[in-house]
Design a protein. Structure first.
Length: 530
C-alpha cells in the first residue's frame, strides 16, 4: 500500500473508476472493502487498493461498453504475510499453544480423567447397595400325595363290607398325582452391605487411586518433554534466522568485493585471476545463503507442525544468555530431587504395589455381609414381608495359588524400591551433566566477544588492503568467511545454552521457568532489520 500511494502521489497512478461484473470474464480477485482504483498512466493496467491487499488487472471493454477488471496478474499476498509476521509469537504463548494442541499431552490428560473417574467410582465400594428385583413367569409342576398307608388300612375294610347293589367302590391307590400349571409373580427390594472384608475393598480403592496418580505423573512428564521439544524447535528457528542473516550479509560483502574487483580489473590495478576469485567467493556465499534459507524453512515447518498452526510462526523471543549462572548446581539438584516427574511416577507405582500386596495378603480373611430383603408381594399371607440377616464366608480352598500371588506382589514392591534407588542416582547425575553443559555454552558465548571483534577488524583491514593492492581476493574471502564463522559459532553457543537450560529446567520439574529467564537475560542475539 505504501508503494502504491507513493506511485499515486508521483503521478504514475491516475484515479479512475471501474465496475465489476459477475461474469466468467472477470479473473481478478478483489479483497473486500475496496478503497479506490487507479489507472497506471495512459495504459490499460489498473491497480485496486483494498484494506486486505491489492488487485492488479487489465481494463477491458465488453460488448456493452462496461469496464471490467480481468486477467489478474497477482494478488499481493506478501502484505498479509507481513501482517502475520508482525504479530509474532513469544515463547510463553508458544508454550501455551503447544500444550493445547499436542497429542501426547492431550492423550495423557484424557487418560488422567478416565483414571480419576474410575477412582471416584470406587469410593462407595464398601457401602450398601439397594436393588429392585422382580420375576414373572409360568410354572408347571406335578403334585404327588403318598396314599399307601391309607390304602393298607382302608382297602381291607372296604373289602369286608357287603356288596351294595349298583355301587362299585374302587380300591384306594397307593399314590395320587396331579399336574398343575400356574403363573408366578414376585417383586421386592434387596440390599447387600459388606460389613467386613479384611481390608480388601480398601486395597482396591488404593490401587485405583495409585493409577490416577500415575496418570497425573504421566501428564507432568509429557508436559516437561513437550516444553523441551518446543524449546529446541522454537529457538532452532531463531538460530536459523541468524544463520540466514549472516549468510546474506556475507553474500552482500562478497558482491561488494566483486564490484570493487571488477572496477580495479577495468583500471588495470589487479589481474583477471583476482576478479575470478571474487566471482567464486560470490558463488560460494550465495550457495551458503540458499542453504541457510532452506534450513530456516525446515525449522519453521517443524515449529508450525508442533504448534499445529495453519501459517508459519515467527518467534519473537530471541536467543539469550545470562551473564551469571541462573542457579547453582546444588539448587538445581535439590529441585530435581523434589519436583522431577519420575518421583511422582515412582510414588504412584509404590501405592499400587502396596495395595496389591494388601489385596492378596487378605485373601483368606472372612467376609461378613449384611443382607436385607423387603417383599412387595402382600397378596399371600404365607410369604414373609421382609428379611434381614448376616452372611459369613471363609475361603478354605481356592483355584488360585494365593501364596504365589503374595510373592509376586512383594517382588513388585521390591522392583519399585529398586527403581527409586536408581532414580536417586540417575536424576542428580543428569542434572549435573545438563548444568555443566549449560555453563560450558554460557562461558563459550561470553568468551567469543573478542573473537567477533577481531574478525570484524580483520575483514575491514583486508578490504582496505585490497583497495590499496596489498591483499588478494582470497584474503578478503577468508576474512569474510572467518567473520561469518565466528558469528555463527557465537549464535550456536547461545542456542546450546538455551537448550541446555531448557533440559535442565525440565529435569528440575520447572520448565515454565524458562519464560521468566528469557526475559531477564543480559545478552540476546537480536536480528538486524531486514
Amino acid at each position: 500500500m505504501t508503494e502504491t500511494r507513493a506511485a499515486f502521489e508521483a503521478g504514475a497512478l491516475v484515479p479512475g473508476r471501474a465496475r465489476l461484473k459477475m461474469s466468467k470474464r472477470v479473473k481478478s480477485i478483489i479483497i473486500p472493502t475496496t478503497i479506490s482504483i487507479w489507472r497506471i498512466g495512459s495504459s490499460d493496467r489498473t491497480v485496486c487498493a483494498a484494506d486486505g491487499g491489492l488487485t492488479i488487472g487489465h481494463r477491458e471493454q465488453d460488448m456493452g461498453g462496461r469496464v471490467l477488471l480481468s486477467g489478474a496478474m497477482a494478488v499481493l499476498l506478501a502484505l498479509a504475510d507481513a501482517a502475520r509476521a508482525d504479530t509474532g509469537v513469544d515463547y510463553a504463548d508458544a508454550l501455551r499453544l503447544a500444550r493445547s494442541s499436542a497429542g501426547t499431552v492431550n492423550g495423557a490428560r484424557l487418560d488422567l480423567q478416565a483414571k480419576q473417574l474410575q477412582a471416584e467410582a470406587l469410593r462407595r465400594i464398601d457401602g450398601p447397595d439397594v436393588r429392585l428385583s422382580g420375576f414373572m413367569g409360568r410354572v408347571s409342576t406335578t403334585l404327588s400325595v403318598d396314599t399307601g398307608a391309607i390304602a393298607q388300612l382302608a382297602n381291607p375294610v372296604l373289602d369286608s363290607l357287603p356288596p351294595l347293589p349298583a355301587l362299585n367302590l374302587p380300591d384306594i391307590p397307593p399314590a395320587i398325582s396331579v399336574d398343575r400349571v400356574f403363573d408366578v409373580r414376585s417383586l421386592g427390594l434387596s440390599s447387600v452391605w459388606p460389613l467386613y472384608t479384611g481390608g480388601r475393598l480398601d486395597a482396591v480403592k488404593q490401587i485405583a487411586a495409585g493409577r490416577a496418580d500415575e496418570a497425573g505423573a504421566s501428564v507432568k512428564s509429557a508436559q516437561d518433554a513437550l516444553a523441551t521439544q518446543l524449546a529446541e524447535r522454537y529457538f532452532a528457528v531463531q538460530l536459523a534466522r541468524e544463520a540466514s542473516r549472516l549468510r546474506r550479509d556475507a553474500a552482500d560483502v562478497a558482491r561488494e568485493h566483486q564490484r570493487m574487483a571488477r572496477r580495479m580489473e577495468d583500471s588495470g590495478l589487479i589481474a583477471k585471476v583476482e576478479r575470478l576469485k571474487a566471482d567464486v567467493a560470490v558463488d560460494n556465499a550465495l550457495r551458503e545463503a540458499a542453504k541457510a534459507d532452506s534450513d530456516l524453512e525446515i525449522a519453521q515447518l517443524a515449529l508450525r507442525r508442533l504448534l499445529d498452526t495453519p501459517e508459519a510462526v515467527m518467534p519473537t523471543t530471541p536467543l539469550f544468555v545470562h551473564e551469571q549462572t541462573p542457579g547453582s548446581l546444588a539448587s538445581f539438584i535439590d529441585a530435581a530431587m523434589a519436583l522431577n516427574a519420575s518421583w511422582k511416577q515412582i510414588a504412584s507405582k509404590k501405592k499400587q504395589a502396596d495395595g496389591a500386596l494388601q489385596l492378596q495378603g487378605r485373601a483368606f480373611s472372612p467376609s461378613v455381609i449384611g443382607i436385607a430383603n423387603y417383599n412387595l408381594n402382600r397378596g399371600s399371607s404365607s410369604r414373609a414381608n421382609w428379611l434381614v440377616g448376616v452372611s459369613v464366608s471363609v475361603p478354605l480352598v481356592e483355584r488360585i495359588d494365593r501364596a504365589k500371588m503374595i510373592s509376586a506382589a512383594r517382588i513388585e514392591q521390591q522392583r519399585v524400591d529398586t527403581a527409586a534407588e536408581q532414580a536417586g542416582r540417575d536424576i542428580p547425575t543428569l542434572a549435573e551433566s545438563q548444568w555443566r553443559s549449560m555453563e560450558d555454552a554460557r562461558l563459550r558465548y561470553l568468551s567469543m566477544a573478542s573473537a567477533i571483534a577481531l574478525a570484524e577488524e580483520t575483514l575491514r583491514l583486508a578490504q582496505v588492503a585490497f583497495r590499496h593492492g596489498q591483499a588478494t581476493s582470497a584474503d578478503v574471502a577468508d576474512a569474510s568467511l572467518n567473520h561469518t564463522k565466528s558469528a555463527l559459532e557465537r549464535a550456536q553457543a547461545a542456542y546450546d545454552y538455551v537448550i541446555a537450560l531448557a533440559k535442565l529446567l525440565g529435569t528440575a520439574g520447572e520448565p515454565d521457568r524458562l519464560v521468566v529467564l528469557s526475559r531477564t537475560a543480559t545478552h540476546t542475539v537480536d536480528f538486524k532489520k531486514e
